[in-house]
Design a protein around this ligand. Structure first.
Ligand code: MN
Ligand code: MN
Length: 480
């Protein structure tokens, strides 16, 4: 190589370094100590995922962790007639499925909050109100799927039953079956290939019917040989004996079938985490840990964990409910000893939020659905998604460029490895997050979270470097 060529090459290299935006591997940017911390963080995260497989379990776990870190419930504070002061840490829970954490800042609340909001629900199969029936000598449980699933992925996959049964008198029964090694698991059968000739001709989306997602429940018959539906009756008898419940009790239950598989490392190098429910518990856990690190922030730091995102943020525990703004109003009252709505509205309208949700990582097996110049890559850090939506950005909360610049500055100043992302090619499909429901308060909102492979599958894949960077990113944002 002659001298000129080398000089030219160096010049181009320099030019590229100075002018071009390039994705960087998180792993290239971390010190040995930080890498160790990232790996340790992933261990804690996996333990969280194993314990928080439903929205209720996630909220329970979050609440337990924040209490260990000195958070007091808003209800307890009110009952004791206490007031709030800067530096105080409080939480409030909505129906066991939705929780908000507040670390009171030095600035008055009406100067705006810093919020990181994630969701704790995940796609799954719910039991129907009257799930139990018998067919061809097998007792089965009927399900209704929740959220966007590809139905075929849930066949022949070990499932666990999690949830609550509420008896008429209000007594609550917690059920968690299929997680321990000696627990039974639940499964939906799949058709043997020998007889699948017709099925295999069908379109993938039509090959499995929603009404056919029925769970094997039992095959031992009731002793009485004259009885009809002996297997169904035997299950009812077992439910009575083991849980003291009758069939009617199942009408006031929330029983969810979730993958029984625990979180595991993925890959020869163990660089990834494979687990159910990482959309969006990866953001829930990383933002939770970020809030726990928040001491005396300038602006009040808020960690918000909502339910029902996967079905449109509906219901009284979803982002569209009034729970969060009511909580802000209550906080304001406890700070000022008085309440004026305008201050509550200002706290929200002057607020800044990261809608903490996952984004699709470019998948080497399905590269075609992504615009590879704008897709997020595994291991290249937390993703800023300016807009989501479908088609011509319909239903997107397109973040203001000014706010994107602000977040970019905060991340760069704190050495956060970040990248941009888009949910697939234009017109390929689409989706939304809670950003569109935070934006109406007037606050600035930007979608920000790690990329995932196999999103919404029973086993979703995240990168340990991205998980760690999301945590550091939320921390930097909340402290800003
Ligand atoms: Mn999500
Ligand atoms: Mn989702």
């Amino acid at each position: 190589m002659d001298r000129d060529t080398k000089e030219t090459k160096d010049k181009w290299k320099q030019l590229k370094k100075e002018l071009a935006f390039e994705q960087k591997f998180v792993w290239d940017q971390l010190s040995p100590a930080e890498k160790e911390e990232a790996l340790k963080f992933a261990e804690d995260y996996k333990a969280f995922l194993n314990e928080a497989k439903t929205e209720r379990e996630a909220v329970l776990k979050i609440t337990a962790l924040v209490e260990e870190h000195g958070f007091v419930s808003l209800e307890e504070l009110t009952a004791r007639g206490k007031k709030l002061r800067p530096g105080n840490k409080v939480y409030t829970v909505n129906r066991e499925k939705n929780v908000a954490l507040f670390v009171i800042g030095k600035e008055p609340l009406w100067n705006g909050i810093n919020l990181v909001g994630s969701h704790v629900d995940a796609p799954r199969l719910d039991l129907k109100p009257l799930p139990l029936y018998e067919n061809v000598g097998i007792a089965l449980l009927k399900t209704h799927y929740y959220g966007g699933i590809k139905k075929y992925q849930w066949l022949s996959h070990p499932l666990a039953l999690h949830g609550v049964v509420i008896k008429q008198g209000g007594e609550k029964l917690n059920i968690r079956l299929g997680e321990k090694d000696d627990d039974p698991i639940f499964v939906i059968t799949d058709l043997l290939p020998h007889l699948a000739k017709e099925q295999l001709q069908k379109k993938l989306g039509e090959a499995v019917n929603g009404e056919d997602l029925n769970i094997l429940a039992g095959t031992f018959p009731l002793e009485d040989r004259d009885a009809k539906e002996r297997c169904r009756l035997a299950v009812l008898e077992l439910l009575k004996r083991k849980y003291d419940i009758r069939e009617e009790d199942l009408t006031s239950a929330e029983l969810e079938l979730v993958p029984a598989t625990p979180a595991r490392d993925v890959g020869l190098d163990r660089s990834m985490v494979g687990a159910y429910g990482q959309d969006d518990r990866v953001c829930a856990y990383t933002s939770l840990r970020a809030v726990l690190n928040c001491q005396n922030p300038v602006h009040t730091a808020v960690g918000l964990f909502v339910d029902k995102e996967e079905i449109g943020s509906t219901g009284n525990t979803g982002m569209r409910s009034r729970f969060f703004e009511n909580a802000v109003a209550e906080i304001l009252y406890l700070l000022a000893g008085d309440y004026n709505e305008i201050y509550s509205r200002k706290a929200l309208a002057r607020g800044r939020a990261l809608s903490a949700d996952v984004v699709a990582a470019i998948d080497p097996n399905y590269e075609g659905v992504h615009d590879k110049y704008n897709a997020a890559r595994m291991g290249c850090g937390v993703v800023l998604t300016k807009y989501t939506g479908a088609g011509g950005k319909y239903s997107a909360s397109d973040a203001n460029a000014e706010f994107v610049a602000e977040v970019r500055r905060i991340f760069n100043e704190n050495k956060i490895v970040w990248q941009t992302g888009e949910l697939g090619k234009v017109d390929q499909g689409g989706g939304g997050t809670i950003a569109q429901f935070l934006a109406p308060y007037g606050m600035d909102v930007l979608d920000c979270g790690p990329p995932l492979l196999s999103m919404h599958a029973p086993l979703e894949i995240a990168h340990k470097g991205d998980i760690y960077m999301s945590y550091k990113a939320y921390e930097a944002f909340l402290k800003s």
